[in-house]
Design a protein around this ligand. Structure first.
Ligand code: ADP
Ligand code: MG
Length: 663
């Protein structure tokens, strides 16, 4: 029995334990269980050691401590003379990656990866280039008789084959120290014998082997047998035999520190690796993945479509402002609220209004449907009699010929300008009808121009159907000497002075009408501005709804990621056992979240465009913005990463030994 916790370790010891204890529990009420009661043990490089003991004697606990998967409750563990308790998580990961190779009773292969990929895993975390990795894993698997099984997934392999895959994995980064916990425990005797032969061969090649077994016959194949019972070492056949072959040279732990924990994994290579394995995970869990994707897609689609609808509505208003301007007022006669007859808007009133500095244009209008004839064709047409300023007020150019002048208006010239549709109606075969005569009511008018096509208008009347005649001749020749306009369109000098113009207008007319407000003023500009504000707030609300759905999508990602982490605890444990750093695990899970949202975002943008196309086909004004699309896409990815971070960190902080147990 080896005892004497204070004895100095031999200078050539690779591993040396002094007084190692391990307790479980004791913190949450139940009594603490002590599993290891002060283990002293020295192992030299190149030894083939078997730890034998009955089930429950603490062998696996000891192995987990040796392999730095677990920390002892008390005692010291020196590796190459260095106190392991002083090492940080990255240095421990380095040890697991570069120094140890684990072989477990339950194989612990990652179910979703092929044999070759399982074997490559330690090299991925060691930063070995891909080609090198593939070549080496193939060579190892061929050497272990699995050359034909490279692409098989674990469930397509027998137990013995799986155990050989896990031995190949242990050897991938050199396997200087192989820690094998009941490697034959789950195998039939033939496969078990094969695995033992392999371990003996590796021991012969200079690997340090620590074999844990409850089977004395298996233990007897080692050079040194340590017997353990109830957490105490009962016997040790001793390290008397000098290792037959010079032990394989092991990179020194100090190098790990010099290299900042380890040779840093090439960032991009590992990202590609993480993306590949994330993609595989997504494919294996198609239903769950599609549901998560759906959440994100809905979020992105709603952002894109709602912003596009909001923008479409806004543009529509802006367009209206463009055609009529944002500085338009209407005046008409109207009975005063106090009772009495409606007033008359006289020519003198209009002249006075034209003098106001806030007002740029004053356009009296009389309009009604009148029968218009050309040859034998006649039609009820809205005849728009207004001053020569109509094209300016409406921002509407003439396409052919010209508009009438102020002088022509004043002298009651019988001239007419046609809307584009009216031109097509009366002169279907005459593209240039200038000089033709139209009969409006009972008077003849000469066509002097055709307006440009205005297209679908937001207003109830379609201006393209109308014909336009000078105000004075309309008043005299068509509208039977009507004494005042139906209404007057007033344009203020700028949209900013619309209110001032309205006030000046009211003052002037009040003064001229003896203080009676027998007229009405309509402020179209204020109405349009109010509508624009309403649409703006509608757009903001739509945007908010969309943002909420994006957040809901993000929470979906988090939910799935949390489930994934829980489901894949064992996989995380395996990755840590083969040497993944916490940052590797974090990156992997963040990559997965990123990939889901990247795919979801792309599908969302595509679907958003499709929905928008349907809306456009249905006549809804929709304006896509590249900014909104990029924004929604970026938001989706950002939400995924933000909500994916917490589960990813949870995964990265898992305790290796507990993760391996799948807790
Ligand atoms: P062996 O590998 O020799 O069969 P283990 O090291 O797995 O034994 O376990 C030794 C003892 O420690 C067992 O009695 C077991 O119940 C206990 N044990 C192992 N892990 C835990 C744990 N996480 N919590 C509490 N007890 C544990
Ligand atoms: Mg065990």
């Amino acid at each position: 029995m080896v005892s004497g916790g204070g004895s100095t370790p031999p200078p050539d010891a690779l591993i040396s334990l002094r007084g190692i204890r391990k307790h479980y529990g004791g913190d949450s009420g139940q009594p603490a269980v002590t599993v290891l009661h002060g283990i002293d043990l020295d192992i030299r490089a190149g030894e083939f050691v078997a730890v034998v003991g009955s089930s429950g004697s603490g062998k696996s606990t000891l192995m987990n401590i040796l392999g730095c998967l677990d920390r002892p409750s008390a005692g010291s563990y020196r590796f190459q003379g260095q106190d392991v308790a002083q090492l940080d998580a990255d240095a421990l990961a380095w040890l697991r990656r570069e120094a140890f190779g684990f072989v477990f009773q339950g194989y612990h292969l990652i179910a979703s990866e092929s044999a070759s990929e399982n074997v490559q895993m330690p090299a991925i975390y060691a930063g070995l280039p891909r080609d090198e990795r593939v070549r080496r894993s193939r060579a190892l698997l061929q050497r272990l008789g699995l050359g034909e099984r490279l692409d098989n997934r674990p469930h397509q392999l027998s137990g013995g084959q799986q155990q050989r895959v896990s031995i190949a994995r242990a050897l991938m980064n050199g396997g200087h120290i192989i820690l094998a916990d009941e490697p034959t425990g789950a195998l039939d005797s033939h496969s078990g014998a094969e695995v033992m032969a392999l371990l003996r061969e590796l021991a012969g090649a200079g690997h340090t082997i620590i074999l844990i077994t409850h089977d004395r016959a298996v233990a007897a194949q080692a050079q040194r047998v340590i017997e353990i019972r109830d957490g105490r070492i009962l016997g040790d056949s001793g390290g008397q035999a000098v290792p037959p072959v010079a032990a394989r040279s092991l990179p020194v732990l100090a190098q790990a520190h010099a290299a900042g924990g380890a040779a840093a994994t090439p960032w991009l290579a590992e990202l590609a690796e993480a993306a590949r394995s994330a993609w595989r995970g997504m494919r294996l869990n198609r239903v769950r993945t599609s549901l998560t994707l759906l959440g994100i897609v809905i979020g992105v689609v709603s952002v894109i479509v709602m912003l596009a609808i909001g923008e479409g509505a806004r543009r529509k208003v802006v367009e209206q402002m463009g055609t009529m301007g944002t500085a338009i007022l209407y005046v008409g006669s109207q009975p005063p609220a106090t009772g009495g007859p409606a007033g008359q808007i006289t020519e003198e009133d209009l002249a006075a209004l034209r003098e106001l500095p806030e007002i740029r244009r004053v356009m009296p209008v009389i309009g009604d449907p009148i029968t218009v004839r050309y040859g034998s064709a006649d039609k009820q047409v809205y005849v728009f009699a207004a001053s020569r300023e109509m094209p300016l007020v409406h921002h509407w150019p003439v396409a052919q010929g010209r508009y009438y002048t102020e002088a022509e208006d004043r002298t009651l010239a019988p001239l007419v300008v046609l809307g584009a549709k009216a031109r097509r109606h009366f002169f279907p075969d005459t593209p240039h009808p200038l000089g033709q005569q139209l009969i409006i009511g009972s008077s003849a008018f000469e066509v002097i121009g055709v307006m440009s096509e205005r297209g679908a208008d937001s207003g109830a009347q379609d201006y393209d159907d109308m014909v336009f005649i000078p105000y004075q001749s309309g008043r005299a020749r068509v509208y039977q000497a009507q004494t005042q306009p139906d209404y007057v369109v007033i344009e203020a000098v700028a949209s900013g002075v619309v209110h001032a113009a309205e006030q000046a207008l009211r003052r002037t007319l009040l003064a001229r009408h003896g203080g009676r407000e027998d007229f009405g003023i309509g402020n179209a500009a204020a109405r349009i501005q109010a509508e624009a504000a309403t649409r703006q707030s509608m757009a903001v609300m739509l945007g908010l709804i969309a943002a909420v759905s994006l957040v809901v999508g993000g929470i979906g990602v988090m939910n799935v990621m949390l489930m994934t982490v829980r489901e894949r605890t064992r996989e995380i444990g395996i990755r840590m056992a083969v040497g993944a750093r916490q940052s590797d695990i974090l990156r992997q899970f963040l990559t997965e979240a990123g990939l889901v949202t990247l795919v979801g975002g792309s599908v969302g943008v595509a679907a958003g465009l499709a929905v928008g196309a349907v809306l456009i086909a249905a006549g809804v004004p929709v304006v896509f913005s590249v900014r909104a699309m990029l924004g929604a896409f970026a938001c989706a990815v950002a939400t995924g990463l933000v909500f994916g971070y917490m589960p990813a960190r949870t995964a990265a902080r898992l305790d290796p030994v507990r993760a391996l147990a799948g807790e």
